[in-house]
Design a protein around this ligand. Structure first.
Ligand SMILES: NC(=O)c1ccc[n+]([C@@H]2O[C@H](COP(=O)([O-])OP(=O)(O)OC[C@H]3O[C@@H](n4cnc5c(N)ncnc54)[C@H](O)[C@@H]3O)[C@@H](O)[C@H]2O)c1
Length: 465
C-alpha cells in the first residue's frame, strides 16, 4: 500500500518507519527542510530507542523515503496527518493551525480515492472541519476523512506501535474501514483489536484515555502526599492497589507530576472542548490544576533536604526530559522545578543523557554538565528528576566525596530510603515518611500527630510555588 505521512516528528517518523516495516511503501514529508535533509543522511533527529536501525533498514530496502515536497501525495492511497497540535497560546485550546494548513496543502494533490487519516491528537469535530476544507477545495470528489489516534509512548514508541493494545479507527465509511484494516493487517494478525467507531468517538477516545491516565498519576501523587503526612509508604500502597486487576499497577508511580508533549496539553484541550459544549469535567479540571502546582512545588523537597533557604546554593539536577529514553523536554517537571529553584536564588548544574540540547533552549541559565558526577561536583543537594537507567546505580561513595553536602532528593523513588541511610545521605523521596534519614525513623516518629513535613513551608518564597 502507498502511504504518505505528513509530519516526520515523534509520531510521524515512528509510525512511518513501522508502517514501512509492515511492508507498505511510505514517504514521510516534513516542511522542516533541515529535518528531512538529516533523515536523508541517515541521521535521526529524535532520540528513540531502536528507531535508527528501523529507519535505516527500511530505507535500504526501498520502502521508506523522506521529502519536503508534497508531490508524493498524488500517488498515496492513504495520507496520514501527524503534525503537532500544541496548546494554543492564551487559551489552551489545541492549536489546529498545523493540521488545517497541512490539509489545505494536500487537498489539490490528493487522488480521487485517497483517504485522509488524522493521527494527530485533535479535538472532537476536527475531522468534520477537515472534511469541510477538502470539500471546499475539491468539490469534484468525496474524500474520506478517518480518525486514527495514536497511543504510542515516547521511549517505547516502536514497541507500542507494533504491539498496540488497540487500534482505533473512526469512520462510518466501509471502504475507508477496509483500507485501514489493510494498512494494519500485520497487527491484526498479531491479534491487536481494531475498534471501529464513529469519527467523533475516535477523537474523544484519545483525549479520554490520556485524561484518565493523567488522573491515575495525579491520584497516586496526592496519596503520596498523604503518605508523607501519616507515615505510610506510597510504593507499597501503589503495589497493594495495583495488584487488584480492576485497578492495575501502571501509571501508579508517585513522582513530580506528569509532563511531556501530550498529557498537559491534552487535558487542557479536553477541558476546552467540554466548556465549549457546556459540559463539566470537574475531575479533569482538578487533575490539571493539581498537576500544574505540583511540578514547581517539588522545590519544597529540596528546601526540606537542605533545612532551609536555598539562595546562593548549588543544586544538581539529574534528568531534564519528562521521562527516560526520550530527548523531549516539553512540559517536563524538571523544567518547572529548575525555574522554581532559580526563582529562589539557587544555582543549578544539570545533566541529562539525551535532553541537554532541548533543555538549553528553555533554560539559558543552567550549567550544563557532561555527566551525573560533573553535575554533582560541589552541589549541596542532588535531585533525581528523571529515572534514566544510568541514575539507578550511582556511585554513592563518589557522590559523597564530591558533593558539598550529602543530600539526595529522589523525585522518582529510584532508591530506597534504607539504602541511602546506610550510605549516610540525607534522603528525601516521594510519598515516604522517611524524609530525614538518620534523624527520625518511621518507628520512632510519634503518631498520630501529623508530621511537619516541610520546614520548607515556612521559608523563602515557598508560597509562590
Ligand atoms: N509525541 C507523542 O508521544 C505522541 C503520542 C501520541 C500522539 N501524539 C500526537 O501526535 C501529533 C504529533 O506529535 P509529535 O510529538 O510527533 O509532534 P512533533 O512536533 O514532534 O512533530 C510534528 C512535525 O510536523 C511537521 N509539520 C508541521 N506542519 C507541517 C506541514 N504542513 N507539512 C509537513 N510537516 C509539517 C513539523 O515540522 C514537525 O516535524 C500531536 O497531535 C500529538 O499530540 C504525540
Amino acid at each position: 500500500m502507498r502511504v504518505t505521512m505528513i509530519g516526520a516528528g515523534y509520531v510521524g517518523l515512528v509510525s512511518g518507519a513501522c508502517l514501512a516495516d509492515f511492508g507498505h511503501h511510505v514517504i514521510c514529508i516534513d516542511k522542516d527542510a533541515r529535518r528531512i535533509a538529516a533523515l536523508k543522511r541517515g541521521e535521526i533527529p529524535i532520540f528513540e530507542p531502536g528507531l535508527s536501525d528501523l529507519v535505516a533498514n527500511n530505507v535500504r530496502q526501498g520502502r521508506l523515503e523522506f521529502a519536503v515536497d508534497l508531490a508524493a501525495v498524488a500517488n498515496a492511497e492513504a495520507v496520514f496527518i501527524a503534525v503537532g497540535t500544541p496548546s494554543r497560546r492564551g487559551d489552551g485550546h489545541a492549536d489546529l493551525s498545523f493540521v488545517y494548513e497541512a490539509v489545505r496543502e494536500i487537498a489539490p494533490l490528493l487522488s480521487d480515492t485517497a483517504v485522509v487519516v488524522t493521527k494527530s491528537t485533535v479535538p472532537v469535530g476536527t475531522g468534520d472541519e477537515i472534511e469541510r476544507i477538502l470539500r471546499e477545495k475539491r468539490p469534484d470528489v468525496e474524500l474520506q476523512v478517518v480518525s486514527n489516534p495514536e497511543f504510542l509512548r515516547e521511549g517505547a514508541a516502536i514497541q507500542d506501535f507494533k504491539h498496540p493494545d488497540r487500534i482505533v479507527v473512526g469512520t462510518d465509511d466501509p471502504q475507508a474501514r477496509a483500507l485501514l484494516a489493510e494498512i494494519y493487517r500485520p497487527l491484526y494478525l498479531n491479534a491487536a483489536p481494531i475498534l471501529y467507531v464513529g469519527r467523533r468517538t475516535a477523537e474523544l477516545i484519545k483525549y479520554a484515555s490520556n485524561a484518565f491516565l493523567a488522573t491515575k498519576i495525579t491520584f497516586i501523587n496526592e496519596i503520596a502526599d498523604l503518605c508523607e503526612s501519616i507515615g505510610a509508604d506510597v510504593q507499597d500502597v501503589a503495589r497493594g492497589m495495583g495488584l487488584d486487576n480492576r485497578i492495575g499497577g501502571k501509571f501508579l508511580h508517585a513522582g513530580p507530576g506528569f509532563g511531556g508533549s501530550c498529557f498537559p496539553k491534552d487535558t487542557t484541550a479536553l477541558l476546552k472542548t467540554a466548556h465549549d459544549h457546556g459540559a463539566q469535567l470537574r475531575i479533569v479540571e482538578t487533575v490539571s490544576a493539581v498537576n500544574e502546582q505540583r511540578k514547581r512545588a517539588m522545590a519544597r523537597k529540596v528546601i526540606a533536604a537542605l533545612d532551609g533557604p536555598i539562595r546562593g546554593k548549588t543544586i544538581a539536577i539529574l534528568g531534564l526530559t519528562f521521562k527516560p529514553n526520550t530527548d523531549d523536554t516539553r512540559d517536563s517537571p524538571a523544567i518547572s522545578l529548575i525555574t522554581a529553584l532559580q526563582d529562589m536564588g539557587a544555582r543549578v548544574r544539570a545533566y541529562d543523557p539525551a535532553g541537554m540540547a532541548q533543555a538549553r533552549q528553555q533554560l539559558p541559565y543552567i550549567t550544563c554538565c557532561e555527566d551525573a558526577y560533573a553535575a554533582a561536583e560541589g552541589a549541596e543537594a542532588l535531585v533525581i528528576a528523571t529515572e534514566w537507567e544510568q541514575f539507578r546505580a550511582l556511585d554513592l561513595k563518589r557522590l559523597r566525596r564530591i558533593m558539598t553536602r550529602p543530600a539526595i532528593v529522589d523525585l522518582r523513588n529510584v532508591y530506597r530510603a534504607e539504602e541511602m541511610k546506610r550510605a549516610r545521605f540525607r534522603y528525601v523521596g516521594v510519598g515516604s515518611a522517611d524524609l530525614e534519614i538518620g534523624k527520625r525513623t518511621r518507628e520512632s516518629r510519634p503518631r498520630p500527630t501529623p508530621i511537619t513535613r516541610a520546614p520548607s513551608l515556612q521559608v523563602e518564597s515557598a508560597d509562590a510555588l
